[in-house]
Write a protein that binds this ligand. Structure first.
Ligand code: URA
Length: 258
């Protein structure tokens, strides 16, 4: 071996041992804080992290994180955010939830949907938009020619407000730093805010959703389209036409840049 190939071998050795450590820490569910700020420069498709199910006893009863990847290295850009969030009790909703709903989908998605907060089904499963409104969202995504795994889906709040009441300002304030980091890590090309709560929380606007929808705004410099929430569509099917117009504008924007 030539003298010049030795540093390369050492570097490869270091990469291998770091990869192994990340893999083992992931299996052992240790915090991956040492990866904070690291953007991994390869494609990783993760169906992300229903957060650990920590029963009120404090014992983690969930299985391993369902990280699906193609790169050979189980690292998601969202792992540092999941680690920082931990078994969150920053607001009173933490003590009331069954499961924290972090979000799921492709952490490299071009398109992120942001809803309001988990409902009963989401709280039970630890996954966003899996109830009736979620099934309609899945159909909207399919009508866009995409699958749920292609996009990323999350909410303003990560825990269910009791009785599905509206999120309180303090709850939004406690959860917001994690949504900011989540979207900052994914850096999608477009965001779709579902319903007035998501639109108001993201845009810091109180304008009615009927006035906000139909045109792009900006969030962290990213084009953001507000539209009606799928739960609203279940009650007002006539509004589906406007949602279809909004998602067509999103599709056009995504196609323009590809
Ligand atoms: N409604 C939301 O806003 N989010 C969900 O995850 C489910 C229903």
């Amino acid at each position: 071996m030539g003298a010049e190939s030795k540093p390369r071998e050492e570097l490869l050795g270091l990469v291998r041992s770091l990869t192994e450590r990340v893999r083992l820490d992931g299996e052992l569910r240790k915090p991956l804080g040492y990866l904070s700020g690291v953007k991994v420069g390869f494609e990783t498709t993760a169906v992300h992290a229903p957060a650990p199910v920590v029963e009120r006893s404090g014992i983690d009863v969930s299985g391993p994180e369902p990280v699906v990847e193609r790169s050979g290295v189980d690292v998601s850009v969202l792992d540092p955010v999941v680690a920082e969030l931990g078994d969150c009790r920053r607001c009173p909703l933490g003590a009331l939830r069954h499961r924290l709903v972090f979000g799921e989908g492709n952490p490299r998605a071009d398109l992120v949907f942001v809803g309001e907060a988990p409902g009963a089904d989401e709280d039970a499963q630890g996954r966003p938009f899996v109830g009736r409104a979620g099934q309609l969202l899945t159909k909207i995504i399919a009508a866009m020619g995409l699958k749920r795994e292609d996009v990323y889906i999350c909410n303003i709040l990560k825990c269910r407000p009791p009785g599905n009441r509206n999120p309180l300002p303090d709850e939004i304030a406690a959860c917001e730093p994690f949504l900011i980091r989540q979207i900052g890590a994914i850096r999608p090309r477009v965001i779709c805010a579902l319903g007035s709560f998501a639109a108001h929380a993201l845009l810091k606007s109180e304008a009615p959703i009927s006035a906000l929808r139909g045109r792009f705004h900006r969030y962290q410099g990213i084009p953001l389209m507000p539209t009606y929430h799928p739960a609203y569509l279940l009650r007002n099917p006539g509004a589906k036409r406007q949602v279809w117009e909004d998602v067509q504008a999103i599709m056009k924007l995504l196609q323009e840049g590809s």
